[in-house]
Ligand binder design. Structure first.
Ligand code: SF4
Length: 604
């Protein structure tokens, strides 16, 4: 059986050292660089790329507080104050006794249970200042974080009727996989093509077609990667799938391997889900012991496949296929130019399938329920059901399995949204929806035809067109009610992209930084109309000229918000004109007290 190439163990070694010492020391770096025959500079470049690797002590208890927008709308400010007060340090610092390190991080896949934090990568949810005090007290007494908390709750809020449920129903390991005994790889690919299954991480590339491309490649070595780097803020469905059905994901990977002729696979698990690693590894062992992984699986000669779990280290961009590949190869997780698709040249230069957790879990379900039954669910373009992670201003945040085709207004009713004003659909890389969209359905209907006509030089027109067609969801659904100030939400999103840009190309690196400054100027009511025009122009440039999906989607929210919520931007200009008027006093009098009073009136 094939074993993982040695270079892919670099990240694991860095993790081992980080966990043991709480940082990666210069001596460690020299040793590792020698062992992997790379320069020390290159290694430092790799270490500094990932948020969770530290080059100075990060505390025996390393705390990461979530600063995503849903957390901020919860107890974030009070919880942060409580941590800082109890530990007598600020975020980004370590206590002098090296006992605690306190850091902030963006979304950790717990938007339904905010405010949340990770302590040594164990999840603490629904935090309050009192809880913080109690947790720190227990840790000081010598308790370990894992004894104070468990795997976060699944929070499954809704599934359709029994005959329309695809994911959340009883599962027995191997049921779907055993169907392969009666299917050739070509027949399996044909079945997946007929199901119209497409990439559920958000890219929606047809899965069967991807598998076919890979199968047609004659290479003697191929890989399967399960993309479990669920980093899009607001999404946490894959966390629930992996917690509830790790076997389903493993079966999906094995099926992909059977279809394309691969014999080794990686689960690229985001470090924020470290607490799921043991569970997944246990299930892999269980599968091996049942002959569902290993050599001649199910007695099928030549069907050899095994899996390892590979831990990420905190880099949103690693959700991008080529960045993820680089990360497994033990490099900085930087996206590469799209000279080749991974199915042509992927991991270690070999054809590679990368599918998201939900996509892979769907395949064994389709096989076990029958294609005919599956095709009866959903819409013409999007068959089956979709898992949606709901958070924000609604009574029932959590996971929803809905049949494709549900109207947005029905869905808002289902989740008991309270006075919804703006929906951030598909996470920070998604679009902002207003009440004008509530009659649209959640599906992929009309989408492909519209895409053909789309002109990249006119994104506002694109957003207008999108309003007439289905809403294809990657899985993140954040609701903001009419009491929320939208500008700080936009600022949080832009700052996220500034921090997560890998920096390799200028439009994304510099453009998002400049957007963040411009947004700040608008928020402070210092902007003029031309600043809004700049926002639109720059967003369009970033979208068109960035190298990878991160940059290309980083301004979707802003372009759609400017289209759907112009009043939010204009009111800042209006406030500025009030501010200007106030200075007419200056012409009449040089009474500075009066001017200062006027400024205070405008700015509170
Ligand atoms: Fe890196 Fe951003 Fe360029 Fe993607 S678009 S390669 S994240 S700088």
């Amino acid at each position: 059986l094939q074993t993982p190439p040695p270079k892919s163990s670099l990240m694991n070694i860095l993790w081992d050292i980080q966990r043991k010492r709480r940082y990666i020391a210069p001596d460690d770096m020299t040793k590792i660089a020698n062992e992997f025959r790379i320069s020390r500079i290159e290694l430092e470049g790799i270490i500094s790329f990932y948020h969770f690797f530290h080059r100075s002590h990060a505390g025996n208890y390393t705390i990461y507080l979530n600063n995503g927008i849903i957390s901020k709308h919860g107890n974030y400010a009070a919880v942060k104050r409580a941590f800082e007060k109890e530990l007598d340090i600020s975020c980004g610092e370590t206590t002098t006794d090296k006992m605690f390190g306190l850091f902030e991080t963006s979304c950790i896949g717990l938007s339904d249970q905010e405010t949340s934090a990770l302590i040594n990568f164990h999840a603490f949810t629904d935090l309050t200042p009192a809880k913080v005090k109690n947790i720190l007290g227990q840790l000081r007494k010598g308790e370990m974080p894992e004894t104070l908390t468990g795997i976060p709750k699944n929070n499954i809020q809704y599934t359709p009727k029994k005959d329309k449920t695809v994911f959340f129903k009883p599962y027995t390991a191997g049921v779907g996989l055993k169907k392969l005994k009666k299917l050739s790889p070509d027949q399996l690919i044909e079945l997946v093509k007929k199901s119209k299954l497409s990439g559920r991480g958000g890219a929606f590339f047809p899965t069967g077609m991807k598998w076919e491309f890979c199968k047609n490649n004659s290479s003697d070595q191929k890989f399967i990667i399960c993309n479990a780097d669920e980093g899009e803020p607001g999404t946490f469905k894959d966390r629930v799938l992996m917690n509830k059905y790790p076997g389903l994901m493993i079966e999906g990977m094995a099926m992909a391997a059977y279809a394309v002729g691969a014999n080794f696979g990686y689960v690229y698990l985001r470090a924020e889900y470290y607490y799921l690693k043991d569970k997944i590894e246990k299930e892999i062992k269980n599968f091996r012991s049942k002959g569902l992984l290993g050599k001649n699986i199910l007695g099928i000669a030549g069907f050899d496949f095994d899996i390892v779990v590979h831990l990420g280290a905190g880099a949103y961009v690693c959700g991008e296929e080529t960045a993820l590949i680089s990360s497994i190869e033990g490099k900085r997780g930087e996206p590469s130019t799209k000279e080749y698709f991974p199915v042509e040249r992927g991991l270690f230069g070999k054809p590679t399938i990368i599918n998201n957790v939900e996509t892979l879990c769907a395949v064994p379900r389709i096989l076990s329920m029958s294609l005919a039954k599956y095709l009866k669910i959903g819409t013409e373009a999007t068959k089956g059901t979709k898992l949606i992670s709901v958070s924000g201003d609604c009574k029932k945040p959590g996971i929803y399995e809905i049949e494709w085709g549900m109207k947005l207004k029905q869905f808002l009713k289902l989740i008991k949204a309270k006075n919804p004003y703006m929906i951030l659909f598909n996470g920070y890389a998604g679009e902002c929806l207003s009440s004008a969209d509530f009659d649209r359905e959640i599906s992929g209907e009309n989408l492909l035809a519209e895409h053909v006509q789309f002109k990249w030089d006119d994104p506002i027109e694109y957003a207008r067109k999108m309003s007439a067609i289905g809403l294809r969801s990657g899985g993140s659904f954040m609701v903001f009610n009419d009491q929320r100030d939208l500008m700080p939400i936009f600022e949080n999103i832009t700052n996220f992209f500034v921090s997560e840009s890998c920096g390799i190309c200028a439009p994304c690196r510099t453009g998002n930084f400049l957007l963040s400054k411009k947004l700040k100027k608008i928020m402070l009511c210092h902007a003029e109309k031309s600043d809004l025009e700049d926002l639109e122009k720059w967003s369009s440039i970033i979208k068109q000229s960035s190298r990878c999906g991160l940059g290309k989607t980083s301004t979707n929210y802003l372009l759609s918000a400017m289209l759907k919520f112009p009043q939010e931007f204009n009111k800042c200009l209006l406030a500025r004109s009030d501010f200007n008027k106030s200075f007419e006093f200056e012409k009449v009098t040089q009474d500075y007290d009066t001017i200062i009073n006027e400024i205070e009136k405008v700015h509170g």
